[in-house]
Design a protein around this ligand. Structure first.
Ligand SMILES: Nc1ncnc2c1ncn2[C@@H]1O[C@H](COP(=O)(O)OP(=O)(O)OP(=O)(O)O)[C@@H](O)[C@H]1O
Length: 741
């Protein structure tokens, strides 16, 4: 975003005797109104980008105000320079100039071609057009046929005047000639204010197209396929005028009305644009052809400069003030100019490729390396932190361990102090008994048996550590249960000094020997014990402690051994458990097989029953006389066999259904044996008794017939025996297996 460049130019006074110059004071890009005697008028001082006094030439104005816009137009930016001011203030003079002082347009045209010559890396195509807005109608000044042209807008061309003649030009002279020819067609008129007053707004337009010549150019904006198109408008507005002053009527009056109206709309647009983006709301560009054509130059995509011309005469003070206010508002307008390029598909593709390549290079180059280095750095830092953390953890663990040990040590020391204290506390109370003990120590034969029993018997006496350390340890653990007994002395200062106590509480590992010495010294200080006792008492205490420690160590070893043993047993149990589980699964499998046995047996019995039926029927058929004893016996035997087999079948069914067989009704093995023996003997006797009868009846080959019958009966008997034996044995075996399961 850039602001519009606004300048004010004060033309020279028209008449020499005028004192106008004394009213407006110009200096430091500021113009202010003064009273006749030179006193500034408050509130009527204006600052602009440039303020040109009457001595300035058009060349100076061009150099300072317009040159940059013209050069930018050659490079692809839209540009607009226009002159605004009351009638006869010098607008046309500024834009068109005179023979001695060429105007902005003239200078711009020459400058453009000069610049093009310098820019040898690009080739240009320049088109010019010249139009006027007269009475709100657009006329082509280069072609009289093109009158009342219309404004259109398209994406490609933006806002443009349809049908306007555009001449392609190659040099400045050619352009100036065209301008000259166009000037002929322009509307001028004589008024009281200006003998050659512009009655229309004129717009000289140059469309500058260019593209780079160098195909190998590395500049992506210089792609041969990209074409820059910029539009430069150089505008000479008609001047606002007061009807009373200009003294016009008829056609001039009508022209004046159109002029004033369009200028008023231009003022409105400037006002709106000067209000700022939030407040401005709708910009009435479409209210006039002038503002519509100048739309890109006012708050759009263009670099714009306004030269506001003022007349210095006193009679024009009000108009000058109005012009300055207009200019002042215009200074607040911002535009957003950018290079205009028309891209072909090839150019677009080429540019995108170049952009992608650039991005890739950036990514692969510095950025990727930087990222990689950052990752490495972070990784190293992370490892460092990890190591530090581990180190700290180890330190913490070490601290904990030492703290634990210290606590343990303190506890032990406390216990020892307690013991010592108890010794001190009870020393007075037990002095007499100490004397007795002393005497006993002198006779060690009595000590071993009596002292221990005495200590155990009187718990309120000072423990006799030397005599029975283990007992003391046990008894000490019972202190807490004795409500009236406390081993603590009234004051520790009687036992050890404060410094030692403090050290112990802070985890200081006291030297037991030192402690012993302190204890002895303290005891001496207290002077509770006789000297002989004091020298002896701490020694057994120390020994007791050591003994206790040894005991604890042994206990710990035993416990750890027990623990190892338990672990070993646990492992064995697990192995045993696994083995048992395996055996159970195998047994289950076997049980499944065994469970199928009764069913198979039942099937076997059923099939045997059928075979048996067939055999008996066959034999009966052989013994054709149903009334004979053999036939009767057979019938009986069949009934017995059938009953036996049915019984067997029933029992198997009962077992299969999950019930226990009826032992009471069941036929035992002995019964079967007896039954089979009886059957066998019956059959043999039957065969023997039948043999003579058969001999008589059989005429032909009687011996053969008899022998065959005997063999048949024997066979039948054997079959029965085998059959029953198999069935019974099978049944018994399966029955017992089921019972076991
Ligand atoms: N800076 C100047 N130096 C010398 N003469 C000037 C200057 N400015 C204007 N003049 C003269 O003043 C007269 C009026 O100027 P000009 O026609 O340019 O006014 P204008 O603003 O274009 O008027 P209008 O709006 O009526 O066309 C002309 O004769 C012109 O030569």
């Amino acid at each position: 975003m850039e602001k519009i460049c606004v300048a004010v130019r004060v033309r020279p006074p028209v008449s020499q005797d005028s004192s106008a110059g004394t009213y407006w004071n110009v200096g430091d890009n500021r113009i202010s109104l003064h009273k006749l005697h030179g006193t500034p008028i408050s509130g009527l001082s204006y600052a602009f980008d440039y303020v040109f006094d009457e001595s300035c030439t058009n060349a100076q104005v061009y150099e300072l105000l317009t040159k940059d816009i013209i050069h930018a137009a050659v490079e692809g930016f839209n540009g607009t320079a226009f002159a605004y001011g009351q009638t006869s203030s010098g607008k046309t003079f500024t834009m068109n100039g005179s023979a001695n002082d060429p105007g902005i347009i003239h200078l711009a045209v020459e400058d453009i071609f000069r610049k093009i010559q310098i820019m040898s890396d690009r080739e240009f195509l320049i088109r010019v057009s010249y139009m006027e807005i007269y009475n709100e109608e657009i006329n082509d000044l280069l072609s009289l046929e093109n009158q009342k042209l219309q404004i259109h807008e398209s994406l490609e061309r933006g806002i443009f005047v349809a049908g306007l003649k555009e001449e392609i030009v190659n040099n400045a002279e050619q352009v100036l000639q065209l301008i000259e020819s166009g000037e002929v067609n322009r509307h001028f008129g004589e008024t009281n204010m200006n003998v050659r007053s512009s009655r229309s707004h004129t717009i000289f337009r140059m469309v500058i197209e260019s593209r780079g010549k160098d195909t190998k150019s590395s500049d992506r904006y210089s792609s041969n396929d990209a074409i820059r198109v910029s539009v430069l408008n150089l505008v000479d507005l008609a001047g606002s005028e007061r009807i009373a002053k200009t003294g016009i009527g008829g056609v001039r009056l009508k022209e004046g009305k159109y002029i004033n109206k369009s200028l008023m709309i231009l003022g409105n647009v400037i006002n709106k644009l000067s209000e700022g983006a939030k407040q401005r709301g709708h910009i009435p560009y479409r209210d006039s052809k002038l503002t519509r054509i100048l739309q890109p130059a006012l708050g759009g995509n263009a670099k714009t400069s306004i030269i506001c011309t003022v007349a210095p005469e006193e009679v024009h003070i009000e108009e000058t003030k109005g012009t300055l206010q207009f200019a002042s508002r215009a200074t607040r307008i911002t535009n957003c100019a950018q290079v205009n390029e028309v891209l072909t598909d090839a150019a677009l593709l080429k540019r995108q490729k170049l952009e992608i390549e650039e991005l890739r290079k950036k990514l692969q180059g510095s950025r990727a390396e930087v990222l990689e280095q950052e990752i490495l750095k972070l990784r190293n830092e992370m490892l460092k932190y990890e190591l530090e953390r581990e180190k700290l953890e180890m330190q913490l663990e070490e601290e904990r361990r030492s703290h634990k040990e210290c606590n343990q040590c303190i506890r032990e020391q406390q216990m020892k102090i307690e013991n010592l204290s108890s010794l001190v506390t009870f020393s007075d109370y037990d002095r007499n008994s100490s004397q007795e003990q002393k005497s006993k120590r002198e006779s060690p034969e009595e000590e071993s048996g009596d002292s221990s029993s005495k200590c155990q018997g009187d718990i309120f006496r000072t423990p006799c550590f030397k005599a029975a350390p283990k007992n003391f340890v046990v008894r000490r653990s019972n202190y807490s249960n004795l409500s009236e007994y406390s081993p603590l002395p009234d004051s520790f200062s009687n036992v050890v000094d404060e410094d030692t106590w403090f050290k112990m509480n802070k985890g200081y590992k006291a030297d037991l020997d030192l402690l012993q010495m302190i204890s002895v010294a303290s005891a001496r200080k207290v002077q509770s014990f006789p000297l002989s006792d004091l020298t002896l008492t701490p020694v057994p205490l120390y020994e007791n402690c050591k003994q206790e420690l040894e005991n604890l160590k042994r206990q710990l070893e035993i416990i750890s051994e027990e623990k190892n043993e338990l672990q070993r047993k646990h492992t064995e149990q697990i192995l045993l458990n696994d083995r048992l589980m395996k055996e159970i699964s195998e047994l289950k499998h076997e049980a499944e097989i065994i469970q199928e046995i009764p069913e198979r047996l039942r099937e076997s019995v059923a099939s045997c029953k059928e075979i048996y039926e067939d055999v008996v029927s066959t034999v009966q058929y052989v013994a054709s006389n149903r009334e004979s004893s053999a036939a009767k016996l057979l019938c009986g035997t069949r009934e017995i066999g059938r009953a036996l087999l049915s019984t067997l079948e029933t029992h198997f069914l009962i077992v299969l259904n999950g019930h226990k067989p009826f032992h009471a009704n069941f036929v035992s093995q002995e019964q079967y044996k007896e039954l089979s023996e009886r059957l066998k003997s019956t059959l043999i006797s039957l065969v023997a008794s039948e043999t003579p009868i058969m001999k008589n009846k059989q005429v032909k080959n009687p011996q053969c017939s008899c022998n065959s019958k005997v063999a048949a009966w024997s066979q039948l008997s054997r079959s029965f025996m085998i059959l029953f034996s198999i069935i019974i044995m099978g049944y018994i075996v399966s029955f017992f297996k089921i019972l076991i399961l």
